[in-house]
Design a protein around this ligand. Sequence first.
Ligand code: PMP
Ligand code: GLU
Length: 397
Amino acid sequence: MEYLSDRIKLLSVSQTLAMAQKSRELKESGIDVISLSLGEPDFNTPEYVKEAAKKAIDDNFSKYPPVPGYNDLRDVIARKFREENGINYSREQIIVSAGAKHSLINVIMSIINPGDEVILLAPYWVSYYDQIIFAGGKPVVVEALLQNDFKVCPEQIEKAITGRTRLIIFNSPSNPTGMVYTRDEMEQIARVVERHEGVFIISDEIYEHIIYEGEHVSMASFSFIYDRVITVNGVSKAFAMTGWRIGYMGAPLWISKACNKLQGQFTSGVCSIAQKAACAALEGKDESVRIMRDAFLRRRDLICGLLKEIKGLKLRIPQGAFYVMPDISYYLGLSHGTGTIASADDLAMYLLEKAHVAVVGGDTFGAPECIRISYANSDELLIEAVKRIGAALEKLH
Ligand code: PMP
Ligand code: GLU
């Protein structure tokens, strides 16, 4: 007999991680799977960052670190926010966590009461939805359509705000669409937030350095809503440090204090060695960030060019991150002989089983007519993957 809490039963398994696990298992059983499911750079962590971690071990950074993060790291983050994003956060406003995912749940648990509404802009990143549910909140989904470049307009947000709205989660460059909002579009959304006292906005800026067109703009740099923005970021994507688990956020002091209290009871400060590595990464940013970005740009052009050749797929060219989200509705309802493709998840499963290419069905991102493809992979594998996808789709009738 199992006695799980009602709370844990509300939570679903992360589909990005589940798909990654499935393709790992198939690979282990000898099947040549190309995994385009997990959003993580295929590069190694830069050398200068690894050196800093080795030094931290030799220098005996082996004791409990301070709960909100080492002071030197928080100061480097404060400088980064000031110089790169035009945001002034004091050291006390900055909390270092075990990945941006952890920063997000800290904030959500700190400000969401049961029944509070949280506005999500679909297609949205998977974990936002479940984190809100876990906190007892109610996700309110505002849809950004492909024909609108997967962007919502301020009127849609205005319409979705009610007396129970506490939070909006905003993410540009976006996972899963790769879209980047312009300064003007963001300012209009910021003006909506400004008009509604008690409504806050999380700006998830984890892909800020992986941007090909336009500029990255930070929500908190609009001074008129500075005290209503929580800026979330981390080193996973820009510095190819997904496994080190370092994320951080800057927020109004009362929110930072709450997150600090949460970490004090749940996790304590995050890994001392990883913090020292993150400090080096942010402080000594070298050419590697630009080199990785350039490689992602080349791959974006490569994969989008190839996908456009496949009959029935509709797509928008992403301007940032390393995802592309084609609309696959043309294939919904078609048969593969032993069954029908009834959903994007079915199509993802079909591609895994028949083409041995792992992608993620759009349902989990609030985009039931799309699939998400991560192109953080080698040129050769991307070419082979799209060839396989095309051949498998051709078999549907
Ligand atoms: N936000 C977005 C939009 C993401 O794609 C990711 C990637 N996992 C995260 C947050 C979390 O990143 P991490 O926990 O690795 O810092
Ligand atoms: N952000 C990545 C993705 O969306 C990593 C997986 C995860 O953290 O869920 O695939």
